[in-house]
Design a binder for this molecule. Structure first.
Ligand SMILES: Nc1ncnc2c1ncn2[C@@H]1O[C@H](COP(=O)(O)OP(=O)(O)OP(=O)(O)O)[C@@H](O)[C@H]1O
Length: 636
């Protein structure tokens, strides 16, 4: 039986001290919007609020908390924080998902309740990009349009992609608009499949279907509302219209208490359909109260000072924030480094990173190379320079989602046990995974747990022998087999039972293959298991990523490559989004942030890589902002 703590006695976990406004937000009994800048502890606040609700019984069993994040790794990170703060038992009632997974979960669970004309097949495929949709439309939409027989050449497919899910279902009657005609035809094809094409859905389509499902089935909506007494919404500034419609249908008018956190200065998903006014809309619709946080727990005082200046430029009404007491007042470095060309830049930046790692002993994982886009191109010369110095760095995009995947984690844990011999933390994690998967009650079934531990150690022994037989050359297939061997031992049916997303065979195969491919790359390079696993996990590698991928993350030092017009090529058309992106880049750093400008740089022109002159004319306002904040410019 769970013993609850009284709300008066409840204290934040891990000895954390919450500023008064954060404490109010943690204990709030109403719908609330928490607006706070970078490093204010928004994610931490959600984790603490989850503990408060679960430990005090304000979220009364068997009710649950539903937390919705944008990225797979953010959802994972939040779930881990809650489990660490309030223990596994209570954390079982904390469900952390992405918006996409929430919608997909609803659709998969209640697919048969969707009206037949919108009901996809059980084993539908997922299409991710405009390119996928373009391919389907041009290959399968063979009906002739009376006045636009060559519509394929007349329409903008980006526009079509947006229009597919612009309004809630059902689709409206066709008028003379060519897009409306295509949208109607295409929905039919995507939902029901055609010839060799299976039912194929995008995530926005899944959200629209989930919303229709709830709107047309009051029993399912009531069941959903009975399950979750509290709902958390992380990074609320990036909520799209489609997601907001789903949220409203799911919870508006229910007794669920919603807590949204966000920072409108970090709204960088406008291109993906983020609402421009999500905060005001939420306050209005959900009658939410607004709370502002005024501390930055991440960045050094000098960086907070610059962030405050920039924040005021982006949003006039921004609240001035202060830095944490752990810093000395003079701490924090922000500089612009200018170079004649990208090769000189790469050489100098590599030497500085070398110094940070080898002299100042900053762990490579606490450094970050940021770019606006095309990390392969912007970081190409730097990667070569770092390699020559024996410093590991990698494009993080290829790993981020993979590392957050439960199956990959499982395979890596099993391999870690097989090759490290001693890793108590991994052993513990694997045992609790198996305990959960097999539905064993930790306190009652000691015999079963002991038997499972014994079997696991025998299995690890055989796995160890298998790892020894793998050759370094062309090892992809053998590593794939190794992963499948691990999954067979655990029981793929049980895994699917616990994680229904793997029921889709294609998804399962893809994830296993992707994991094997990346691990094989490391094994071919190092020929040593321990080092390969560490490499795969990114230990000792400097991460390289775009600003978009860096959201929510933090590093001791951030080096942004290419504060130039080419990188911000659309600055004039999307000034607000680019200012926000710049703000996100600036605010990832704890201690030091560097921006580089290179007089010439290799960039893509059409499909060709060309070294071209760089300018800072379009983005002169960014440089003016840095000047206003007295940021030092150092020419090299
Ligand atoms: N109350 C607190 N006291 C001390 N440190 C804190 C507190 N809250 C958060 N932190 C720390 O501050 C850092 C930033 O926290 P968090 O990632 O939750 O911020 P955030 O508001 O989500 O930031 P961003 O919007 O930039 O992603 C983390 O290292 C976190 O552990």
């Amino acid at each position: 039986m769970t013993i609850f703590v009284s709300p008066e006695q409840w204290m934040p976990a891990d000895g954390l001290i919450l500023e008064p406004a954060a404490d109010i937000a943690v204990r709030s009994q109403n719908n609330t919007l928490i607006v706070a800048g970078p490093g204010a502890g928004k994610t931490e606040l959600l984790a603490q609020r989850a503990c408060y609700l679960l430990q005090t019984g304000k979220c009364e069993p068997p009710q649950k908390i539903l937390a919705i994040s944008f990225k797979v790794d953010s959802a994972e990170n939040l779930a881990k924080r809650v489990e660490k703060r309030c223990g596994k038992e209570l954390a079982r009632r904390f469900e952390s998902r992405t918006f996409d997974s929430f919608a997909k979960h609803l659709l998969d669970q209640f697919r048969l309740a969707i009206p037949i004309e919108y009901r996809p097949a059980r084993d539908y495929d997922i299409a991710f990009s405009v390119r996928d949709i373009r391919e389907i439309a041009t290959s399968y939409l063979t009906e002739r349009h009376p006045t636009h027989p060559n519509w394929q050449y007349e329409i903008d497919f980006d526009e079509l992609f947006k229009k597919l899910t612009r309004t809630p279902l059902p689709l409206k009657e066709v008028n003379s608009d060519i897009y409306d005609w295509i949208v109607i035809q295409l929905w039919g094809i995507l939902i029901h499949g055609k010839k060799s094409l299976k039912s194929t859905l995008t995530f926005p389509i899944i959200s629209r279907l989930a919303e229709l499902l709830l709107r047309s089935n009051s029993y399912i909506t009531a069941a959903l509302r009975a399950t979750y007494s509290h709902v958390f919404l992380d990074e609320f500034q990036d909520t799209t219209f489609i997601q907001y419609d789903l949220l409203k249908t799911a919870f508006l008018g229910s007794s669920a208490i919603l807590t949204a956190v966000g920072d409108d200065k970090q709204r960088i998903m406008g291109w993906a359909g983020a609402m421009p006014n999500a905060f005001a809309q939420f306050i209005h619709d959900f009658n939410a109260s607004e709370i502002h946080l005024e501390r930055n727990h991440r960045s050094a005082p000098r960086l907070v000072e610059i962030q405050n200046i920039l924040a005021k430029i982006i949003r006039e009404n921004s609240v001035e924030v202060s830095s944490s007491d752990k810093w000395k007042q003079e701490d924090g470095i922000c500089q612009v480094w200018t170079f004649s060309d990208h090769l000189q830049e790469a050489n100098y930046v590599a030497s500085k990173l070398d110094e940070l790692i080898n002299k100042q002993k900053v762990p490579p994982r606490d450094l970050c190379i940021l770019v606006k886009q095309q990390e392969h191109i912007y970081a190409k010369a730097l990667l070569t320079e770092l390699e020559q110095r024996g410093i590991k760095a990698r494009i993080e995009k290829e790993y981020q989602d993979l590392l957050a995947d439960e199956l990959i984690q499982l395979c890596i844990d099993a391999l870690t046990l097989a090759v490290y011999l001693h890793s108590p933390e991994t052993w513990q994690r694997m045992i609790s995974f198996l305990v959960d998967l097999n539905g064993i009650e930790a306190n009652d079934e000691q015999d079963q747990i002991l038997r499972m531990e014994y079997q696991l150690s025998e299995f690890i022994e055989t796995l160890r022998e298998k790892t020894k037989q793998i050759q370094t050359k062309n090892c992809f297939e053998s590593i794939k087999e190794l992963n499948n061997y691990i999954l067979d031992y655990i029981g793929i049916e049980k895994i699917i039972g616990a994680f229904p997303k793997y029921a889709r065979k294609r998804y399962l195969t893809e994830i296993i293959e992707k994991g094997a491919e990346k691990l094989a790359e490391s094994f071919e390079l190092y020929g040593d298991w321990k080092e390969s696993i560490e490499d795969f996990l990114g230990f000792n590698s400097i991460p390289i990523m775009t600003i978009h991928k860096s959201k929510g993350l933090e590093y001791d030092t951030v080096i942004f490559l290419g504060l130039e017009d080419d990188a911000f090529w659309s600055f004039r058309n999307q000034t607000d989004a680019d200012l926000c992106a710049f703000f996100v880049a600036l605010s990832r750093a704890k201690r030091q942030v560097i921006f580089t400008f290179s007089g010439s740089r290799e960039v893509l022109r059409g499909r060709q890589l060309q070294t071209v002159e760089q300018f800072k004319i379009q983005i002169s306002s960014l440089y003016q902002m840095l000047e206003q904040a007295n940021v030092e410019v150092i020419s090299h």
